[in-house]
Design a protein around this ligand. Sequence first.
Ligand SMILES: [Zn+2]
Length: 266
Amino acid sequence: MGATLLTKEAVLNGLAVERLAIMSSLSEERLRRSLPALSWSHPYPPYLPANIPSVYMSAAKAPSGVICRGCTTRRGITADVRAHLALPDIVCLQHRVWQSPAPCDVSAAPEIDRAQHTLRRIRRLHGNRGMSLGVRDARWIIAAWTSNVCRESELTDRWHSRRAVLGLVPWHRSDDLSARIVTHPEVAILAAALAPNYTDPTYFTRTGFQLRRFSAYLRASLDLNPIPHSMNDPIRAFVRIVQSNRARWRDPKSVMITETATPRCT
Ligand SMILES: [Zn+2]
């Protein structure tokens, strides 16, 4: 977890990262784990000289969250403490507070707690990359279900009532932060089912894999009717895309989960 944050972010070229590692007596790998932003920048940013260690300061790209106030006041801290949090750590499980960008009480929806445990399990089993890719693609499927073409009214009703229970304002876009919170439990269930696909390239083409059964099982775990109302089932559409063009879907370049600053490479 990051420490308190500034509004500026430093971009270091490869030589500067090497020097930072020597000065701090920490390995480059450990530095990159503690300062995920180091891994987001290109090793040789075109606007920095390639042959001398250089740093460029810019406005922070990674949004940060205010740490749960229950946790900070218990430690006698009255000021807001900001930190970059990976998605599995974004909810304070003790006080049930979603911490990004400002604390939001989610105690009225215990399924959000369960989703956090699911995400931690995915991260343990499939690494940060598998979890991030799973969440990205789960959100792709969820966004399709909110569209007019393959709307799942059971889900949209469920999200509306969860939104009301949590006291969140109505959403306008599927990538709106409150929509992220409201759809989080379903995202975690889908991400858990998709995650093995990123470590096993044959996962969706293995002998015995049946797309219809996979979709029905996944829909049942979301308490949906196993047979989709519409012919445009985004679960099946997603699997078909991966089967025919998996390189693109395994590309970690687009895995950054922006609102939580989950790093794309670990
Ligand atoms: Zn807390």
